[in-house]
Design a protein around this ligand. Structure first.
Ligand code: CO
Length: 296
């Protein structure tokens, strides 16, 4: 999809905020800090820079590959191999980026982090060479396997459109037969590397939701929460922590009602099948004749 110049500018601005937040938060992340504190720092900084969080900050430890965001009362402390995945949007135009940190001074963690980082770098080079999606996947897989790790085969990069985090196109992290190249548009590329089998399964519920249906709900309290979600997040993911912040803990029941009524979908945590450690690296690119990495 071709973006207008204003849409491109918004995408680039979102990326600039992402860069600034990343540079600012990285040196502050220490073992033993609560995940809640890290998430709130990131999200507050995004707002301070006049962006909005495009989705709840994901802070996933070790075998949890993605979709862990702290709840409002979460006491989990940062440790192990931590993936920090956050997003910014400017009027619905998104920058999605992730990095991994080793909080236990482990050689293996460091190598695993290096593997996904290098796979990301090589994948973006392939996009620049107008390689096919199959070739991009092959390069990601090869880079990670050359370091004796495995890519996660059922997590993919994704296209992003206005207020849409997961657009039509996906970018696989393994070799595949897709011949097409990435057309003009906005994409997140996100290789995951693991010491395990390379598959994830759906674990516990995450408290991360997305609006799927605006149909009526009987409870006035739930209706109020639904209206807020529609106005504030539209079709972007949000979390129970944000709703509690706005409406108090009584809104947790409203969320349950909205989920039961079919208004919301709740995402499960994504856990590596052999419970092995996972690293992730992610940047957003704007493909527009050339390739602009908006988040680095
Ligand atoms: Co992403």
């Amino acid at each position: 999809m071709t973006l207008t110049s204003s849409q491109k500018q918004k995408s680039i601005r979102a990326g600039e905020i992402a860069k600034e937040v990343k540079k600012w938060i990285k040196p502050q992340i220490k073992k033993g800090m609560t995940l809640l504190e890290i998430a709130e720092k990131i999200e507050d900084k995004i707002r301070e820079l006049k962006g909005k969080p495009a989705f709840p900050t994901n802070l996933s430890i070790n075998e949890i590959a993605a979709h862990y965001t702290p709840s409002y009362s979460d006491e989990t402390k940062a440790n192990g191999l931590l993936k920090v995945d956050f997003g910014i949007h400017v009027d619905g135009w998104i920058a999605d980026t992730a990095f991994s940190v080793d909080l236990e001074n482990s050689e293996e963690n460091k190598k695993l982090i290096e593997a996904s980082k290098e796979a990301l770098k090589n994948a973006i080079k392939e996009v620049g060479k107008k390689s096919s999606l199959g070739e991009i996947g092959r390069v990601i897989q090869e880079t990670i396997e050359s370091k004796k790790f495995s890519p996660i085969i059922n997590l993919t990069g994704h296209q992003m459109e206005e207020y849409e985090l997961h657009g039509e196109q996906t970018i696989l992290n393994i070799e595949n037969s897709r011949q097409e190249i990435l057309e003009e548009g906005l994409y997140a590329i996100e290789p995951f590397a693991t010491t395990g089998s390379g598959k994830i399964y759906e674990g516990k519920q995450s408290g991360i939701y997305i609006l799927i249906n605006g149909k009526n709900v009987r409870s006035p309290e739930a209706r109020k929460v639904l209206d807020f979600i529609g106005d504030e997040y539209q079709t972007l993911p949000f979390c129970s922590r944000w709703i509690v912040k706005k409406f108090g803990t009584k809104s947790l029941f409203a969320l349950k009602q909205l989920e039961d009524n079919g208004n919301l979908h709740q995402y499960p945590q994504l856990v590596e099948a052999s419970h092995a450690k996972v690293s992730q690296a992610e940047n957003t690119i704007l493909v527009d004749g050339g390739v602009i990495v908006t988040t680095e």
